[in-house]
Each structure stands twice: as C-alpha cells, then as structure tokens.
Design a protein around this ligand. Structure first.
Ligand code: GTP
Length: 503
C-alpha cells in the first residue's frame, strides 16, 4: 500500500516510478521474464535506489542513506540540488528533472567535518555493515595456542596448523574444521551432544547438535555419530582428564568418573579419509539439518519467521524412534549443523534494518537487496566439513544423509561438496502440518512426508508434545508476518513447498 501511495504521489510531480519499479521487480524476481519491456525513462537513475527512495524516503540504502532523491516542493531552493526558483511550473519541464541529492559534495562535507572536529562537534557516525573478516581478522585455528597443536596420529594431508582437523576444498580454497568440545545437553527431545567447532574460514564458533542417544544405551544402534578430530589424540602428554573435559570419551560421565572409556581412536590413519565402522543397510541414514542462526526467531521468540520452530522441529524429528523393516525399534539419530550465519549471512545489524524495510512493504528478498546485500549470502563449506568430521561424508560409513530442508540451495551445496544426499525431507511449517493432518483426516489420505510415527493415531501430533522451558520445545508458530515470510520463500526463493491457504 505504501508503495502504491508513493507511485501516486510521485506521478503527481511528473516523475515516472512505474518504469523503475517494473525494473526492480525484474531484477529481484525469481526468474527473469522471457520478453522484457521497459517503459521509457528520462532520468539516469539506479532503479533500486529510486524504488527505495520512492517507498521509504531518504536513508534507505547502505550507500545512499544521506541522500534525498526527490526534489521537494516545500524546499524551493536547495544547496547542490535543483533550483526550483527557475522552474516555471511547466509540467513538461518538471518531467525532465533529474533527481538531485540534497547532500553537499563530499569535499564540502569533509571540510565541514574537520571544522566541526576542531570545535568539538561530533559528526553523525556512518555505519557500514560489518563483514566477518573485518570483524575477526585472524582465524582461530591459524593462530591457535600450541598446547593442542602438535599433530599426532594423523597423516600430513589432514594436518592443520592447530593439529588435527577435517578439511573440505571449495572454490575459495580449503576449509578445515576441528571439534574443540562436546558435551551432553538434556533437552525436551531427549539427550543431545553439542559439539563446538573452530574452522579456518571465519572466527565464528559453529556447532553441531548430534542426536544419537544410542551412545548411552545398549539398544541396537547404527554407527555412532562422533567427531574424528575430537576423538583423535591431540598431543602425546594428554591425560584422561584432558579428554574428559573436552568430551572425547564414550558412555556417560558421573561424579565418580576419573578415567575414560576411549572411542576407537582414528590413530595412525588419516582422520579425513578413514572409513568408520561398516554401516547396517537396514538403518536409514541420519536426518541432517543445516540451520542458520536466527537471534530474533530463536531467542526473542519473533514470529516474523519460523526459525525457532524449525530448530525445535528438526530436533523433534531426529529424536523420533526408527522402526526397521523387521519391526525392530531403535533410537532416532541425526545432526543439526548450527551455522553462525545470522540473517541468511547478512548479519544481525542488517537483518534488523531489513525488518524496517519489510514493515514498509518490501518482502524479505527485496529488503536484503535494498540494503546492498544478496538475497542469501550463506555458504555451506564449513557445514560439509563438519558433517565429514562426524563421519557422514562418503569417506565415512558411506550412508549419506537425509537432508531436512525445502531450500534447493542447501541440497546443491552439499552435493557440490561431494556429500551424498540420499533423500530430501521437506521441512513443513507446523501450522501447515496441522492443516494437512486435518485435511488428511477428512479425506482419509496418508501423508507420506510427515516423519512422525509417534503422532499416528493421535488427535494432533504437534500440540501434544511436552513443552520446554525455552524456545526449543515450544509449539506451532503462526502469524500474519510469518505467513508473508513463508510465502516469499516459496514464491521468490524457489523453496520446494506447496503453498497453503492461511489456517
Ligand atoms: N535477511 C533476513 N534473514 C532472515 C529473515 N528471516 C529469517 N532470516 C534468516 O534466515 C535464516 C534461516 O533460514 P534457514 O531456516 O536456515 O533455512 P532456509 O533457507 O529458510 O531453508 P529451509 O532449510 O527450507 O528452512 C536465519 O539465518 C535467519 O536469521 C529475514 O526476513 N531477513
């Protein structure tokens, strides 16, 4: 609506926003139209900036936030801008106006800033989005303390400057990961093992949440999902307590634990290429989710997105017991790789600004573009290295993964890195699942994509779950903002999900 109002108001002043907005749509739409026709436009303008300015006024874009591109009637004479006093009111003349910035030339502004500084006046701070490399110039593995850096028990091909690591090569070079700690976390979905990783790509602490409760029991089990870099011997003098503290033990710790049961050490072999134990073909490959950090959705409980719900739903699905063809039940298993790429990689600061643009009527894709970012700036090479480290690459047990996602980029990214995706499991929003269940009950049709044998026969498999104290363990999320966000993912980002009517 805001955009339409802007159209009308600018058309009144002889400006042609339609052409620019049509171009914006073409530039940001999912697929370019086969026949592109642009309306004639007189002014030389960046359409993204024009669209941003048309709907938001000044301060809309990263690089132009101090400009005002619309000559305002209420300011008849403006320094550096169009001289309205010379306009004779002729519409035609008005139509040919260029969009002048009211910002003074840079040389003048710098001079002014110097003068201000000299008299102690502080200039407004210019805020640029931070890039990870600028934030943390040195990588944690490269500059790591030598206590864990003596390479023992691994071959040269898998050595990193910090000692043991698992590596993945990509277009931007090799990325190496090393699991620094693993610990047991009881959750509303049962016990998980949280793994913290360092890597050579960035200074973020990416995580793996491993669901594999069979590691605690004598139940029939698949190959345990364990980190090779964590389990490797890090240095000759390392003690049992060193291993206990970082989590390189098997079984469960107790106040009496002073020695550890060691995992079968990947000693004297290359940790990056050693096959794990052989895999039982009856057991389905683990469910894997590549989850990107979302402070607003996971911590604040934002209902603009379904990220918190997705994290919870992923853990819930992974924790569901597996039923083998012969009827044997075994504990569920899976891995959530929790990547610290907030806001689809643009960072929290830009995401918060993007939300303001979204409140002005832009969708999640356009808002990113208007801020000078890509629609999605994430990458998954660290995730692949982590999955390999957990033995889920083709060099591990060879079972591959079942990937829980609707995002085709994630499937492509894993496959491009050589990780076998044997199945894509859709991540259906809970409110949509509920609706599908209700429809299925009405039409008595099976729902093949719902991976929840426990829920069968129950009135509703979602709301009956026990609630947790945190966002994990919460119930289905639904709201107007979320509905718009989900639709944009399907319509603009190619997500593989059938659109639903609002519940
Ligand atoms: N820039 C931006 N990022 C958002 C917005 N809403 C959520 N996010 C981020 O999107 C990411 C969540 O996406 P994911 O759940 O990993 O995955 P996806 O690409 O949506 O695909 P699925 O695997 O199908 O869920 C997190 O980093 C969120 O912070 C938004 O409106 N703008």
């Amino acid at each position: 609506m805001a955009l339409q109002d802007a159209y009308l108001s600018h058309r009144e002043h002889g400006i042609q926003p339609d052409a620019d907005l049509a171009l914006l749509e073409i530039l940001t739409g999912p697929t370019p139209p086969s026949k592109t026709r642009f309306q004639r436009r007189d002014a030389e303008l960046d359409p993204l900036i024009l669209a941003a300015a048309a709907s938001t006024g000044p301060h809309a874009t990263r690089n132009h936030y101090q400009h005002d591109f619309f000559p305002a009637i209420s300011f008849p004479k403006v320094e550096g801008g169009f001289d309205w006093t010379k306009w004779n009111g002729d519409e035609k003349q008005g139509r040919r106006l260029t969009y002048a910035s009211r910002q003074a030339p840079r040389s003048q502004r710098l001079r002014k800033e110097k003068e201000n500084l000299a008299v102690g006046v502080v200039s407004p701070v210019r805020i640029e989005p931070l890039r990870p490399t600028e934030n943390f110039p040195s990588s944690p593995l490269r500059g790591h303390a030598p206590s864990t850096s003596i390479p023992v028990s691994v071959s040269a091909s898998s050595q990193s400057p910090a000692g043991v690591s698992t590596s993945v090569s990509s277009a931007d070079g090799e990325v190496e990961v090393k699991c620094m700690a693993r610990t047991r976390i009881p959750t509303p979905h049962g016990t998980v093992f949280l793994h913290l990783y360092h890597n050579t790509r960035d200074a973020k602490e990416h995580l793996a949440i491993v669901v594999d409760p069979a590691q605690f029991s004598d139940a029939p089990a698949a190959v345990p999902i364990r980190s090779r870099t964590l389990d490797a011997v890090w240095n000759e003098g390392e003690t049992d307590m060193d291993r206990i503290i970082r989590g390189a033990y098997t079984g469960r710790l107790s106040p009496q634990s002073r020695t550890v049961a060691l995992p079968p050490a990947p000693s004297s072999v290359d940790v990056a290429t050693a096959p794990s134990s052989s895999h039982d073909a009856r057991i389905p490959p683990p469910l894997v989710r590549l989850h990107s950090e979302c402070f607003t959705g996971e911590t604040v409980g934002s209902m603009r997105c379904d990220c918190g719900e997705q994290l919870d739903e992923a853990l819930r699905q992974m924790a569901q017991p597996l039923v083998l063809p012969d009827g044997t039940r075994m504990p569920g298993r899976g891995v959530v790789v929790y990547l610290r790429q907030e806001g689809r990689g643009i960072g929290l600061l830009s995401k918060l600004r993007a939300y303001n643009l979204q409140d002005l009527g832009h969708d999640t894709v356009a808002a990113n573009l208007l801020l000078g970012h890509g629609a999605d700036e994430r990458r998954y090479d660290v995730a692949v290295a982590i999955l390999r480290d957990l033995g889920l690459g083709e060099d591990g047990s060879g079972e591959g993964v079942r990937l829980l996602t609707n995002n085709p980029d994630k499937v492509r990214a894993l496959e491009a890195e050589g990780l076998r995706v044997v199945e894509r499991v859709p991540m259906v929003p809970r409110s949509w699942q509920k609706k599908q269940r209700a429809q299925a009950r009405t039409h008595a049709r099976p729902e093949p994509h719902i991976v929840d044998p426990e829920a069968e026969g129950k009135d509703d498999g979602i709301v009956e779950r026990k609630a947790g104290a945190t966002m994990v363990g919460g119930e289905a999320v639904y709201g107007e903002d979320l509905d718009k966000y989900l639709r944009t993912k399907v319509l603009r980002m190619g997500h593989m999900l059938s659109l639903q009517e609002s519940p």
